[in-house]
Ligand binder design. Structure first.
Ligand SMILES: C[S@@+](CC[C@H](N)C(=O)[O-])C[C@H]1O[C@@H](n2cnc3c(N)ncnc32)[C@H](O)[C@@H]1O
Length: 234
């Protein structure tokens, strides 16, 4: 699993170019992935949402706009330059100006026990130095019966895997270098996706930390998956 300080440095280095790179390198499919997450979140009608590893805040902003007006959505990240991007973006619209973007390490969150209805973490879980500790921390802050949603890269369908991994290893870092001036972060992306557990393995990791009703939804030829899990009622 990656080391926290190097992850933080890497995102600090690309923070002001992250959104543009994200849209271009995903072929603008990132909007669709966030909307799938929103669709699942709407079913819960949560009162309090914590978007972890919120980065430049696109998920928190999408949830704040799409969920009921009274829903409180807060974003947490341990990389200040990413949080600065998030705050600037959220301030630009009245609907999202009251999202609180706070410093928060997923392994030691500044959030009370049993206080959150829904945790979302999108493209951040793969970067945690200790996923087991992360899942324990998520369970601590969720209310009993609360839900965890992890949107993350995963292994594509086998027939598509050779093409996809060639794109990740050979094409993506070159485009990323043009867009961000930094290809290291995107070399890391390719490596970290290949090393990350597949959909079933991740389901088991989540279950092993005591979550119930764990299921997953593959998206876009299964290059991404949404895992959902519930904290048991006391
Ligand atoms: C790929 S970005 C994803 C940002 C955003 N969620 C999105 O979907 O665009 C990953 C983010 O995870 C954050 N991150 C990684 N490890 C973290 C940790 N232990 N605690 C908090 N944030 C973390 C990074 O700082 C970075 O902003």
């Amino acid at each position: 699993m990656p080391e926290s300080n190097s992850v933080k440095r890497m995102f600090a280095g690309i923070a002001n170019k992250y959104d543009r790179a994200n849209h271009i390198l995903s072929g603008f499919v990132d909007f669709y992935w966030r909307n799938v997450l929103l669709k699942h979140a709407k079913l819960l009608n949560p009162k309090i949402v914590a978007d972890l590893a919120t980065g430049s805040g696109d998920v928190a902003i999408c949830l704040k706009k799409g969920l009921q007006e009274h829903t409180i959505v807060n974003g947490y990240d341990f990389c200040e330059p990413m949080l600065i991007e998030a705050r600037d973006k959220a301030k630009a619209s009245l609907d999202t100006a009251n999202i609180l973007f706070r410093f928060g390490d997923c392994l030691d969150l500044p959030i009370d026990d049993n206080s959150v209805d829904l945790i979302t973490i999108s493209f951040g879980f793969r970067n945690l130095e200790d996923r087991k500790l992360g899942l324990q921390e998520f369970k601590r802050i969720l209310k009993p019966g609360g839900q965890l949603m992890i949107l993350e890269f995963t292994q594509p369908y086998p027939w598509f895997a050779p093409i996809y991994y060639k794109y990740l290893q050979n094409v993506l870092p070159k485009i990323a270098k043009i867009v961000t001036g930094n290809s290291d972060a995107y070399d890391y992306l390719a490596e970290s996706i290949q090393e990350f557990p597949n959909k079933n393995e991740l389901k088991i990791e989540i279950e092993e930390q005591g979550f119930l009703e764990v299921d997953f939804h593959p998206l876009t030829l299964s290059i991404v998956a949404l895992h959902k899990a519930t904290k048991p009622n006391l």
